[in-house]
Design a protein around this ligand. Structure first.
Ligand code: ADP
Ligand code: MG
Ligand code: MG
Length: 254
């Protein structure tokens, strides 16, 4: 589904290199976790896949379903079925969650040749998706993220994912700032949505969420490169030993 090949990325503004040759393959039906210390480039990687304009790819390629997406803008990537939580504005006063989501849903549906939904049809459609994240219906009528607690924002992220039904989702630090109950709800939502046709990439500093979501593959990012990949045992080892034992690998070209 996604193939990242020797990807080098700089900050558009000042040319600083952030990603220094990332290789990553994600297949349908897989859950991946990208872990690593703060500042290693995890968020940059997910933003670059989503097409964030602050970054420039200087070499390498990103293929989605066998086609390079480097020339596509963020909207076009979303239409293909790539989802990055928080690609929507953090707070949008005056625009309800329902309106924004229905617009996003219909834009993608139209692009993919599926039926668009009117407001009533959309309410029906989202009903069981609200249940997945244990959200109340009134949530839909509130301004986007305005006055949402940290936990509600994260749940809303998973709700957006449930509504838009993307092929590939990047969830960046979805676990941070959640209490254990909210974390369980979010994890349940992700587990529910991950199926054989889709792929999920969890980007996280902490191992905590991986107690509830079992990844098929775990990657460690250090200084702009993936220096080690393994299965869920790697995450357990990281929890135990931290990242220091891997720092020697960062200086070795992989
Ligand atoms: P992580 O998510 O692993 O904590 P990031 O991808 O956010 O790491 O950042 C990696 C490094 O790149 C950091 O040193 C960060 O300061 C730098 N960086 C990321 N985006 C920008 C940007 N738009 N402008 C300048 N520096 C950036
Ligand atoms: Mg290289
Ligand atoms: Mg980050």
């Amino acid at each position: 589904m996604l193939e990242i090949k020797d990807l080098h990325v700089v900050v558009e503004e000042d040319g600083t290199e952030i990603l220094k040759g990332v290789n990553l393959t994600i297949n349908k039906g897989e859950i991946h976790a990208i872990m690593g210390p703060n500042g290693s480039g995890k968020s940059t990687l997910s933003k670059v896949v989503a097409g964030h304009p602050a970054y420039e790819v200087t070499s390498g390629d990103i293929l989605f379903e066998d086609e390079s997406i480097l020339e596509l803008d963020p909207e076009e990537r979303a239409h293909l079925g790539i989802f990055l939580a928080f690609q929507y504005p953090v707070e949008v006063p005056g625009v309800t969650n329902k309106t924004l989501l229905r617009q996003a849903y219909n834009t993608i549906a139209k692009e993919q040749g599926r039926e668009e939904l009117d407001p009533l049809e959309f309410e029906d459609y989202v009903e069981d998706r609200l249940e997945i994240v244990e959200m109340k219906k009134e949530f839909l009528d509130r301004s986007v993220n305005a006055g949402f607690s940290g936990g509600e924002k994260k749940r809303n992220e998973i709700f957006q994912m449930a509504v838009l039904n993307p092929k590939l989702s990047f969830l960046d630090e979805t676990d941070s700032g959640l209490d254990i109950d909210a974390l369980k709800v979010v994890a349940k939502g992700i587990n529910h949505l991950a199926d054989e046709d889709k792929a999920v990439c969890l980007v996280t500093h902490y191992q905590r969420i991986l107690d509830y979501i079992v990844p098929d593959h775990v990657h460690v990012m250090l200084d702009g490169k993936i220096v080690k990949s393994g299965d869920k045992e790697l995450a357990v080892k990281l929890e135990d030993k931290g990242y220091d034992w891997l720092t020697d690998l960062a200086s070795v070209s992989v």
